[in-house]
Structure formats: structure tokens, C-alpha cells
Design a protein around this ligand. Structure first.
Ligand SMILES: Nc1nc2c(c(=O)[nH]1)N[C@H]1C(S)=C(S)[C@@H](COP(=O)(O)O)O[C@H]1N2
Ligand SMILES: [Mo]
Length: 204
């Protein structure tokens, strides 16, 4: 009896579990680095994070103020448009819901432009950042987030392709209508759902 179960069901996690790798993706155990341009180095003494645009209370946090916010643990699968997926990544960060409590977003705000040190931008519907779906990650696998992966702080929106997860995040700008960010202006999807393979604008 035990033998039967060991053979049939004991080795499930050796290969990619079915149902967790979106179409056209493969599983990797590495953590590739994908950056357009050099890695910005941001001293923590000058680091700031802003909530601006369509908000009642424009807000700016220093590094110390940001770190005084409640930190939560997140475990997510991430999917890069260059076709690698990485399962069960462990993060600690500040939920976007927590940040929204500070800024009082106006009802007409429907979209967000995330912007970074080094001028990277990416657009995301506000609904996709709410209800525990996204966070600003400060720690990865128990360590402070490495600079090449966006440290000291990056946006993480795991249910969309990973280019939406802006590294070296500097702020969120709340907008009434959707506008393309860096890769989106270059022809990538305005939304980027990996399960629908929305890689390019023509897939939207
Ligand atoms: N600021 C910034 N954020 C960025 C990028 C970038 O070039 N600059 N690249 C994006 C892309 S295309 C991907 S796939 C992921 C890669 O994150 P990683 O280098 O930690 O794997 O970051 C995204 N965030
Ligand atoms: Mo990417």
C-alpha cells in the first residue's frame, strides 16, 4: 500500500507542477536579471517614495518612514515575458493597500503609472494593485533585496508579466486614463496577463 503511494504520488514537486506555468513559459530555478540600462545606486539617506497625481493627500515617505509601515510576507510565482517563470518566490514588503490608506486616492483614479529611479515607468490599472494583489518588496528570500533585482525597493505585481514589477521604485502616480510606460510605448501589452499571453500590444 505504502509502495503504491510512494511511486505514484510522492514526487510531485520534482518537476514543474501542472497548472502553474502559463502558456509559452518554462520554469527556471535561477533569478535572471533583466534591466534596460545601468543599475541605479540609491543612498537610503536620500531615498523617497511618493504617492501623487489623483490623491487627496499627496504623500512622500523617507526610507525610515517607509520601513515603519507594516511589513507583510508574500509567496508568489513570477512570469517574465522573455518566457521564464519562477515558482514560490518569498518576499517581504508593504502592501499597496497599506500605502493607499495614506494617500486617499480620488474616485476618478483608475490607472497608475509606477515610476523608478533611472526613469523606468510602467502602467497598471489601480484595481490590479488593490486587495493584496501587489506590494513594494524590500526583502527577497530573507535578505534585503539586491540592487540588481531592484533594491532597496521594487514594485511586485506577480499576476502580470514581470516587466510591470518596476525595480528601484520611486513612486506611484494615480491617473484617470491609461497611458503607456517604457515597454508599453515600445509595443508591449498595456495589461500583460501571462495566462492570456498578452505579450505585445497586438495581443490586448
Ligand atoms: N526600473 C526598472 N524596472 C524593471 C526593469 C527595468 O529595466 N528597469 N525591467 C523589467 C523587466 S522587463 C523584468 S522581466 C523584471 C526583471 O526583474 P529581475 O531583474 O529582478 O529579474 O524587472 C522589470 N522591472
Ligand atoms: Mo522582462
Amino acid at each position: 500500500m505504502a509502495g503504491f503511494f510512494n511511486k505514484g504520488f510522492g514526487r510531485k514537486r520534482e518537476s514543474a507542477p501542472s497548472g502553474r506555468i502559463p502558456p509559452g513559459q518554462y520554469e527556471t530555478r535561477d533569478f535572471p536579471v533583466l534591466t534596460a540600462g545601468p543599475t541605479p545606486r540609491i543612498p537610503l539617506t536620500t531615498w523617497t517614495f511618493a504617492l501623487e497625481g489623483l490623491v487627496e493627500t499627496p504623500t512622500q515617505f523617507s526610507w525610515d518612514q517607509f520601513n515603519a509601515l507594516p511589513l507583510q510576507a508574500f509567496t508568489n510565482d513570477i512570469h517574465c515575458v522573455t518566457k521564464w517563470s519562477k515558482l514560490d518566490t518569498h518576499w517581504e514588503g508593504v502592501s499597496i493597500d497599506t500605502l493607499l490608506e495614506h494617500a486617499n486616492v480620488k474616485p476618478e483614479a483608475q490607472y497608475v503609472m509606477a515610476y523608478s529611479y533611472g526613469d523606468y515607468t510602467t502602467n497598471i490599472p489601480l484595481a490590479d494593485l488593490r486587495n493584496g494583489k501587489a506590494f513594494v518588496g524590500l526583502r527577497f528570500e530573507g535578505q534585503p533585496l539586491a540592487p540588481e533585482h531592484g533594491g532597496p525597493a521594487r514594485l511586485v505585481v506577480p499576476h502580470l508579466y514581470f516587466w510591470k514589477s518596476a525595480k528601484w521604485i520611486k513612486g506611484l502616480r494615480f491617473m484617470e486614463s491609461d497611458k503607456p510606460g517604457f515597454w508599453e510605448r515600445g509595443g508591449y501589452s498595456m495589461y500583460g496577463d501571462p495566462w492570456k499571453e498578452q505579450r505585445y500590444r497586438s495581443d490586448d
